[in-house]
Design a protein around this ligand. Structure first.
Ligand code: URA
Length: 224
């Protein structure tokens, strides 16, 4: 809730800045505070996200890509942002990198795609597939944090540097952080390379394979 309040506050400050204000003594939301609590079911949260206009990405999106999968999955994947296929279909990881992610889930983890939960740091496609800005990522963060709270995964695979950075606050290069399990309060995080990086650098598949074997072992042996 604090994140959502901050996101709304940030949005209002940007709007004032665009209007030419340099300073403001306005105290937003002091009187008649809107209800800033996010819904406590994935379905209601999805409906709210589908109507979100908190950041500029909402202007150019075709569909909000909320996320999908088992609502009680022990394993969650978090990517960076929807690409063009995801934006057209409203589903995460359905393009070329999605095909590779599905293969990783099925052939290495021996799970079905429907058995895991898949989401992204931001729910709308950034124009030209650029990396989401910090403002966009932080504005969208309450949705992801609520998804995590509701799904309650034991382990989150952070796909790529952007996902890793915004999930942990750690800015280490993904090449250094990958494969290292980080225990958070209610779940563990393991970063690995993003599937789109693997499409460009197939030789890194070996490392991702190693990371996923770790994931499989942790889940199988209830080590989390
Ligand atoms: N890349 C991502 O990070 N997420 C998607 O959903 C698709 C491609």
């Amino acid at each position: 809730m604090k994140n959502l309040r901050n996101a709304l506050l940030l949005k209002q400050l940007y709007q004032l800045k665009q209007l030419g204000f340099k300073y403001t003594s306005v105290s937003p939301y002091k009187k008649e505070e809107p209800d800033l609590t996010l819904p406590n079911t994935l379905e209601k949260l999805r409906k709210q996200a589908l109507e979100c206009h908190l950041c500029g990405l909402s202007k150019s999106r075709t569909h909000v890509v909320f996320g999908e999968g088992d609502p009680h999955a022990a394993l969650m994947f978090v990517g960076e942002a929807p690409g063009s296929s995801e934006d057209s279909m409203g589903k995460p990881f359905v393009g070329r990198s999605g095909e590779l992610l599905t293969k990783m889930i099925e052939n290495v983890l021996h799970l079905k795609r429907e058995d895991v939960y898949i989401s992204n740091i931001v729910k709308c496609r950034p124009p030209n597939n650029r990396t989401p800005t910090p403002t966009e990522a932080h504005t969208c963060q309450p949705y992801l944090l609520k998804q995590i709270e509701l799904v309650k995964p034991e382990l989150i695979v952070a796909l790529g540097a952007t996902a890793y950075h915004y999930l942990t606050g750690d800015e280490s290069p993904i090449s250094k952080a990958r494969g290292i399990i980080q225990q958070q309060k209610n779940y563990a995080i393991i970063p690995t390379y993003h599937p789109s990086y693997l499409l460009r650098n197939p030789s890194a598949k070996k490392e991702v394979f190693e990371d996923l074997l770790k994931v499989e072992k942790l889940l199988k042996n209830n080590m989390l």
